[in-house]
Design a protein around this ligand. Structure first.
Ligand SMILES: C[S@@+](CC[C@H](N)C(=O)[O-])C[C@H]1O[C@@H](n2cnc3c(N)ncnc32)[C@H](O)[C@@H]1O
Length: 248
């Protein structure tokens, strides 16, 4: 008999373990799954293109987000981190998958971009002591987290975001892509079914501690576009209160 649950971390780990192997894409054990996913770089995966999110570029180019310190969560092969570095941001980018980071570092070398890539789990020691950041960026990581990991995700945002800082997210939009089953059903099924869909209302509630600056569907982009965009994804920009006088 085991009676090993004493802390919130123990509860999180126990709940992680309810999900079957292979569905686990958000803990250290998930890195092998992602390495396999990135093994063939010629696969027609939309986000394998070396282009930044159209929504991120629109904010940066309009001055909605000013250059500063950035943390990218689940950066994959680094397309957004590289774009931000090229625009004068100071970038830390973290991912579970060594294969994704090898690809990202190659891209950075080719582009002559300076990005600090870190290997690890966003809930693990890799981010200990890091921050504060003016921008936390997540394109496609959050929707792979199981419901109980939202708790740690929000705590992480709270800890690393500077007062007045921005959080920007791209995630599956209900009705477009992703699993729409209720949270509790995911635990009964022991599967996230490939990633979670969110409604606009759900995002407003989950990130309710922050001021929503923009929340819209991404704009689909043509092959010729310099940007990545798919209309089955939400893009959200949120702002933490505080910061410079007059911005409260
Ligand atoms: C759908 S991919 C998106 C990659 C990249 N952001 C992009 O848009 O090109 C999700 C990424 O999140 C990473 N990931 C998932 N859970 C993670 C965690 N707990 N810590 C760090 N990275 C994680 C995966 O390794 C994967 O590269």
């Amino acid at each position: 008999m085991t009676r090993d649950i004493h802390t919130v971390d123990d509860v999180m780990t126990m709940l992680d373990g309810l999900f079957s192997e292979g569905a686990d894409r958000w803990t250290d054990e998930g890195s092998a799954w992602w390495d396999g996913f990135y093994a063939d770089r010629s696969k027609p995966v939309p986000f394998f293109v070396p282009k930044p999110d159209e929504s991120l570029a629109a904010q940066v180019e309009s001055g909605g987000i000013a250059p500063g310190r950035v943390l990218e969560l689940g950066c994959g092969p680094g397309r957004n981190a590289l774009y931000l570095a090229g625009k004068g941001f100071d970038v830390d980018a973290v991912d579970l998958s060594p294969a994704a980071l090898d690809w990202a570092r190659e891209r950075a070398r080719e582009a002559g971009a300076q990005v600090r890539f870190h290997h690890g789990d966003i809930f693990g020691p890799v981010l200990a002591g890091k921050g504060p950041y003016d921008l936390v960026y997540d394109s496609g990581c959050f929707h792979h987290l199981p419901p109980h990991r939202r708790v740690g995700y929000l705590a992480l945002l709270d800890r690393v975001l500077a007062p007045g800082g921005h959080f920007m997210l791209t995630c599956f939009a209900a009705g477009g892509m992703g699993c729409e089953l209720p949270d509790a059903q995911l635990y009964r099924d022991r599967s996230l079914h490939g990633g979670l869909a969110y409604t606009e209302e759900a995002l407003r509630r989950v990130f309710g501690a922050y001021e929503p600056v923009e929340l819209r569907l991404m704009r689909a982009q043509s092959d010729e576009s310099a940007y990545f965009g798919e209309d089955f994804l939400w893009t959200g920009l949120f702002r933490k209160s505080g910061g410079e006088a007059g911005r409260e």
